[in-house]
Design a protein around this ligand. Sequence first.
Ligand SMILES: [Ca+2]
Length: 422
Amino acid sequence: MRVIIIIFLLGCVGYNANAQYVFPGHEPPKPAFPGQTRASIADQSPPVDITVIKDGLFLPWGIAPLPSGSLLMTEMTGRLSLVKPDGTVHHNIPGLPAVRGYWFMGLMDVILHPDFENNRLVYFSYFAPPEGEQGNGIHQTTDEWAKAYIDTTALHDEWKVKDEDFKSHNPFDRRYIGRGRLADDEMSIESFENIFEVGARRMTFGADGKLWVTTWGTEEAQDLTKLGSKMLRLNDDGSIPDDNPFVGNDYVPDAIYASGFRDPSGTALNPETHEVWTIEHGPQGGDEINVMRAGANYGWPVITYGREYDDAGTPIGDGLSAKAGYEQPLYFWNPNIAPSSIMFYDGGLFPTWKGNALVTSLKGRQLTRLELVGNNVVAEERLIEHFGERLRTVKQGYDGALYIVTDSRENGQLIKLTPRTN
Ligand SMILES: [Ca+2]
């Protein structure tokens, strides 16, 4: 392992979270309430040590720290790895079904059941090949894994230009949430089963013990008959809770809890408020944090604070940022940070961060720390800018350290953040 010392940068290197922006000739939209965007700059955090636990990864995606101090890590192409507390990495942990990894899909999120210490259940979101077709296979070297991913992406490029009738009868993949038991020696997944069929992005268990799932499919955000771009709420076996908001409504699938997301790339349980939060990639100037309310519609593309990603900043739809019947975001970023995951810190290693939200970003390539009072963001700090890498996922280990994977095809990394010791 290599240790790299990074001093936090905000305030001293010219990034100004309050920089004005964006659309020539257009005023930025007014927030609905004070503090909904551009929170004050937080006091600078003490410096951290960054340890590179593993590099040379190919599109790492999910991290599930285990109570033992090990962690499970996914890569999009289909490889599941176990990382021991001493940094030893065991690739190709067996027991998962075939994965179809391509484009931005494949083997993605991995989370533990809240009663993991007793039942050892681990949940995965993944894309599988169609019935009778091959997945990306199991390979020895990272280059071979990468080749499988690139080959499958090329197959998808051929598939996606076929006509709609062909595609509807010959889907390129099947999308599932599955679960299995992590063996006592942590070296295999046992008794894997699919529990729900949906293209899932992120998952978290709520304070209610239910499995909360954000989904792919931006174009379905306002189509309540479809599961795309929704928050789903499931029992831990994939069945549907009786108290979901649309149970008994023949028009809306019972699994849906909330709708109207653009690109809901992260979700986490806020342990202080016991609510589930999401983050999403917005349009230009419109990345959002939302707090889940039963049956609520979060507005995309009817309301948004952002505009199209063009130089003119073309308005989206009627250019509305608020409308009766649509939820306001708790917070939005203008300019964007391209948020990719969210978590809440409750460890002991960084005592001043207790109760803060931490958000990784792709475009910003930073870790953003949000100080919260209830459901208000009161201050924001941009933390690491690590080698210019896009950051995919942050999770808190049982040791209180932060674990992050970087989004890269060339040299994806698993890094660990701890307080600076010297
Ligand atoms: Ca919204």
